[in-house]
Write a protein that binds this ligand. Structure first.
Ligand SMILES: Nc1ncnc2c1ncn2[C@@H]1O[C@H](COP(=O)(O)OP(=O)(O)O)[C@@H](O)[C@H]1O
Ligand SMILES: [Mg+2]
Length: 248
């Protein structure tokens, strides 16, 4: 069975302790979110899990057959056009160039890019278009495990919902497992089977929340109600240092 298993993970940058004793397992088909404040070590944790950073203490075991990463800031290659950026992973896997281009064009259209955008370079794309390309590049390889680092944070509400709908459809069909990093509770509640709450200084998990309603059945009402519920939780209030209205 494919899974990602994190045990006793600690991390330091220099003398600063960033992560302390992180433990969790992400099973196949699961969407697991790590939610916490900015600077709490979320990106560092994701990089350790995705083997983009060396594990110093503890262990990360990843038995998923394939994985891909959508970065917080897109990270497109500036000298490659839209289709060439999307097809990078396919070519690296040895796909025939003409097949890779066709697959990239198909997914680009699915992600709301237009034919006239195909030859454009990143400098000529809006932030939203770059994010579409970045998402398409991560998904075109049909990864078994997807690492997502705040992929929706720079998006307007319409595009955010559009990309989330595509993901929810894949989650529903059990096509993908996701390790999802965000500071946005509502986003996490919409997409996750399990949320791990990461408190900062150093980053450590203080609580977990499970959601069993299938993602495709979660409407706005569900998300608002569950968010309101979770915001009553003292651990959440402390973790995000929320200043609730009327609180003294
Ligand atoms: N390469 C690095 N070298 C030194 N410090 C880093 C490095 N990357 C991140 N940090 C520090 O680690 C802490 C956690 O950062 P990060 O994992 O990016 O948090 P988050 O994604 O939750 O905002 C921050 O204080 C950040 O400044
Ligand atoms: Mg981050």
């Amino acid at each position: 069975m494919e899974k990602l298993e994190v045990k006793g993970l600690n991390h330091h940058f220099g003398f600063t302790e960033i992560l302390r004793d992180i433990n969790f397992t992400l099973e196949k088909g699961q969407v697991l979110s790590v939610v916490g404040p900015s600077g709490g070590g979320k990106t560092t944790l994701l990089h350790l899990c995705a083997d983009l950073l060396d594990v110093e203490e503890g262990s990360v075991k990843n038995s998923f057959i394939s994985s891909s990463f959508a970065f917080q800031e897109g990270r497109l290659l500036p000298w490659k056009n839209v289709i060439d950026n999307i097809s990078l992973g396919l070519l690296a896997k040895g796909w025939d160039k003409s097949v890779a281009i066709k697959m990239s064009q198909d997914i680009a259209l699915k992600f709301g890019l237009e034919e006239e955008d195909f030859d454009k370079f990143p400098k000529d794309l809006s932030g939203g278009m770059k994010q579409r390309v970045s998402f398409a590049r991560a998904l075109v390889v049909k990864p078994s495990l997807l690492f997502l680092d705040e992929p929706f944070s720079a998006l307007d509400i319409g595009l955010k919902q559009e990309l989330q709908t595509i993901l929810i459809d894949m989650i529903d069909k059990k096509e993908i497992s996701i390790l999802f990093i965000t500071h946005d509770l509502m986003e996490a509640i919409r997409l996750s089977d399990k949320i791990l709450l990461l408190e900062a200084d150093p980053g450590h998990i203080v609580k977990e929340f499970d959601y069993i309603v299938p993602q495709c059945q979660r409407d706005d009402k569900f998300v608002y109600e569950e968010t309101a519920k979770i915001l009553q939780d003292e651990t959440i209030i402390n973790t995000f240092e929320l200043q609730l209205m009327g609180a003294k």
